[in-house]
Design a protein around this ligand. Structure first.
Ligand SMILES: NC(=O)c1ccc[n+]([C@@H]2O[C@H](COP(=O)([O-])OP(=O)(O)OC[C@H]3O[C@@H](n4cnc5c(N)ncnc54)[C@H](O)[C@@H]3O)[C@@H](O)[C@H]2O)c1
Length: 387
């Protein structure tokens, strides 16, 4: 052995993003972003590094910030060490985060890569003529930007509205990572456990399937009877809500709506049950109301594990993972969704930014889904690597 080196998780993730690695190699030749600055406002974590380095390979200058509460300092250090301008701190303070967004926009980037609409909403208030358009990653960003279309009046492609994002991330990756999170937090088995999944949308389908494949007996509760029928025909049991809670050893919420499990359900929860949430906001399991309920005798905390045990006055106890936050981004060593799912989504990002940079879209493309031909190119590239 003549040479060896010590590599980080960021390096591991970067070389695992095979589509982005291939896209970066192409961009080094084609330079779609030559002379352009891209302003980014997206979680600063290892998978994002692979995307940002791909954009830079395409000739872009980058000015980057993160989202509220998700900036990872090692990622910031890694990017700065490679000469990328980063204005971000790990903060829950909206004003502090807003100041970072202002710094990005003060640089007047030609393109924006947004996550949640933070940058475009500010650009709608303070427009500047050189802004060509860009991308938005999320559903919540799309909802926020749609009413601003008249003021934005530029191409903005919404990555979440690609079928690839829907099935690669929501359906497949979220299920896997919630399942992985259950094991990671608890070190407990899934075999023979009765699991109830609330919500049988894209994320719920993957979650239910992953636990079933790990030898659990899985029930599904969905507010929509048509979706519940689908779960039934997919072979899951579909008891009424109350029976589904009573029977569950593990309860998982993935609906996107608040108050799925509330204090009114406390009498139903089985002794020893484990509760976890995969929905975006920490409001699906009303943990705050549990804390002040008169039925609760006390709460014990396993601090390092991010597990709370709620002790009931009647002698039962149950456990909550990660305070009811998205479990795959909470707890010890949170990894989020798989590299492959993010590699697909971020390659859509890179291709969409390339399309906007090339000037192929007009203002009628303001807040629209990823163009179908880009979906097809990205899907083919992934399949080619897999064959
Ligand atoms: N953890 C992650 O990494 C991750 C990734 C993507 C999405 N998400 C989040 O997961 C959540 C679900 O996303 P999705 O794509 O599956 O949404 P979806 O709209 O496809 O599915 C939601 C399902 O929940 C059902 N539902 C709504 N209210 C309910 C209730 N009171 N009881 C039972 N079922 C109810 C709906 O009928 C629907 O079938 C969202 O909050 C989304 O932002 C999380």
């Amino acid at each position: 052995m003549d040479q060896s080196s010590s590599l980080s998780r960021i390096d591991w993730v970067a070389q695992s993003c095979r589509l982005l690695v291939a896209t970066a190699a192409e961009f080094r030749g084609t330079k779609p972003f030559a002379g352009l600055t891209i302003g980014t406002g997206i979680h600063l974590e290892p998978k994002t590094v692979a995307l940002l380095m791909t954009l830079r390979a395409g000739g872009a200058s980058l000015v980057c910030t993160g989202n509220l509460n998700s900036t990872q300092p090692e990622t910031v250090d890694y990017l700065r060490a490679r000469g990328i301008k980063v204005f971000a701190t790990q903060t829950r303070d909206a004003d502090e985060h807003g100041a970072s967004l202002d710094v990005i926009l003060a640089e007047k980037p030609d393109l924006l890569l947004d996550n949640g609409g933070d940058l475009f909403a500010r650009a709608a208030d303070k427009p500047y003529p050189s802004l060509l358009g860009g991308t938005e990653e999320t559903t919540s960003g799309r909802t926020r930007l749609l009413p601003m279309r008249d003021r934005l009046n530029m191409p903005i492609l919404v990555i979440n509205d690609s079928p690839i994002k829907q099935f690669a991330e929501n359906r497949h990756a979220v299920g896997q990572s919630l399942f992985e999170s259950y094991l990671r937090f608890t070190n407990r088995s899934t075999n023979g456990k009765r699991v109830t999944v609330f919500g049988y949308g894209a994320c719920g389908k993957g979650t239910a399937a992953c636990f079933r494949n790990a030898f659990s007996a899985v029930s599904v509760v969905d507010i929509d009877p048509v979706t519940t029928l689908e779960a039934h025909l997919d072979g899951f049991t579909t008891p009424l809500r109350e029976a589904a809670i009573r029977s569950a050893d593990i309860l998982v919420t993935v609906t996107g709506y608040p108050n799925i499990i509330t204090v009114a359900d406390l009498p139903l929860i089985r002794d020893g049950a484990i509760l976890m949430n995969g929905g975006h906001f920490p409001h699906e399991i009303d943990v705050e109301a549990f804390r002040s309920s008169l039925e609760v005798a006390g709460i014990d905390r396993y601090e390092a594990e991010h597990i709370e045990t709620v002790r009931m006055r009647d002698g039962r106890a149950f456990h909550i993972l990660g305070g009811g936050h998205m479990a795959n981004l909470a707890g010890p060593r949170p990894l989020g969704n798989t590299v492959e799912s993010m590699d697909l989504g971020f390659t859509l990002q890179a291709r969409c930014l390339e399309r906007v940079a090339k000037g192929g879209l007009g203002s009628e493309a303001c807040v629209i889904p990823v163009p179908a031909d880009i979906d097809a190119v990205v899907a083919s590239a992934y399949l080619d690597l897999a064959r």
